[in-house]
Every structure is written in C-alpha cells, then in structure tokens.
Design a protein around this ligand. Structure first.
Ligand code: ADE
Length: 225
C-alpha cells in the first residue's frame, strides 16, 4: 500500500512513522509512506498557506490554491486503481476497526492534514476527500490523527505484521477485548499466573481465554456487545 500525506509538518509524520512496526514495514518496502509539505506549493513570498475567512469570524483557514496544487502534484506520483483521499477532521465519520479494514483493502491513501480553524470547503469538493475523525475530541491539527490512521490501517496490510504478531487478529475472541496475558515469572509480588495457563491443556486454555474476553468486554466496553 502507498500512503501520501499532505501536511505542514512532514517531519512529524516521518518521525512517528519511522519507528516500530510501521517503520520496519517501510524499510522492507511493504508499505510506502511519503509526507509532502503543502508550503512547497505556496505562491506566496513568505510561503503562507492560510488566509482569513470570507464573512468574517475567528481564526485562519487553509487556502485552496496551495493545498490543491500539492494534491494535483502528489496524485500524479502513482496511478493505482483503488485510491482514496481522506481529510482528517473532527467533523468526519469516526474511524473504527471495521472501517480500518476497508481502508486496508485500498491500494493507495492520500491523507490531508488540516491546521488553523479549518480548510476552504472547495478543497473537499476538488479532491473528493472523505472526512475521517479519530475520535470525538479536537486536536490542534490532523497530523497525529493521520499517524493513528496509518498505524491502525498499516498493521492490517499484508506483510506488515509477522505471523506471530498476526495471531492476535485471528484471536478466538475477535470483536471483543483481549483476555489477560502473563509471562515469566510465575509469581510476581505475590500475584500468581492463573493455574489453567500453566497446565498445558490447550482446550481448557482456549475456553478460559474466551470466558475472560467476554468478562473484560462486559466490564470495560459493554457497548461492544
Ligand atoms: N483534527 C483535529 N481533531 C481531529 C480528530 N479528532 N480527528 C481527526 N482529525 C482531527
């Protein structure tokens, strides 16, 4: 999968997506993440990309010309059949695991990160971007939301997770919160690992994990049922 990010802070995207599993996948060539600086497409002498809103009001808006020039240029970098453009915004549809799976089935994502009070509405019309939110709260910009989306969608792309890491996705308790897990030592500060996990009976372990997943989900996220 190829992901292009249109942003005022390309270093932020590169740093966050250069670490851990996503960083490894990029180095292995399984996932391409390229951040593009919208300022490079400003005609302004001082590389400004924002302006005051028509009709008055507080704050500044990202202007259409530099954002759309950046988008047009980035779009030409690849020609992949399933390409989807997303604008990260608290007004958007909230990202879920189910929607992340759909996004992972695309060949290419183009992510637009807003800043200031918002963007000129015509940018959405020109790019056909879908608005996606990562949760019902407001961030100072779309970059952290883009990184969350890249992490969440990226790990579902074939070849990004090792087979060991993949195991979790096929968990017996899919759709529920994960059961508790333990590693050595067997007793830590007087807290012992549940017996069933030490006895080597795989069927009993499976049943215990399923029951624990149900218990955790009922207690912490009853809305998932
Ligand atoms: N930009 C600002 N807040 C956001 C949010 N909650 N989700 C996505 N993008 C955002």
């Amino acid at each position: 999968m190829r992901i292009d990010v249109l942003t005022l802070f390309p270093e932020l995207i590169d740093r966050v997506c250069g670490e851990s599993i996503i960083g490894r996948a990029r180095k292995a060539g399984v996932l391409t993440v390229e951040a593009h600086n919208i300022r490079d497409y400003s005609d302004d002498r001082r590389r400004r990309v924002d302006d005051t809103p028509y009709g008055g009001g507080m704050g500044m808006l990202m202007a259409a010309p530099p954002v759309c020039a950046c988008y047009d240029s980035v779009l030409k970098l690849a020609d992949l059949p399933k390409t989807k453009t997303i604008y990260l915004s608290p007004k958007g549809r909230v990202l879920t695991q189910r929607y992340a799976s759909y996004l992972a089935s695309q060949d290419r994502l183009i992510l637009l990160c807003g800043h200031y009070e918002g963007i000129d509405e015509r940018i959405l019309e020109e790019t056909g971007a879908e608005e996606i939110s990562i949760g019902d709260y407001v961030l100072t910009g779309g970059e952290l939301a883009a990184c969350v989306l890249i992490d969440c969608v990226g790990r579902l792309v074939d070849g990004v997770l090792s087979s060991e890491e993949c195991h979790e996705i096929e968990s017996i308790a899919a759709g529920m919160l994960e059961y508790p897990q333990y590693t050595r030592p067997e007793v830590f500060r007087g807290r012992a690992v549940p017996r069933v996990l030490l006895e080597g009976n795989h069927e009993e372990v499976r049943k215990w994990r399923y029951a624990e997943a149900v218990k955790q989900t009922k207690k912490k996220r009853p809305d998932l049922f």
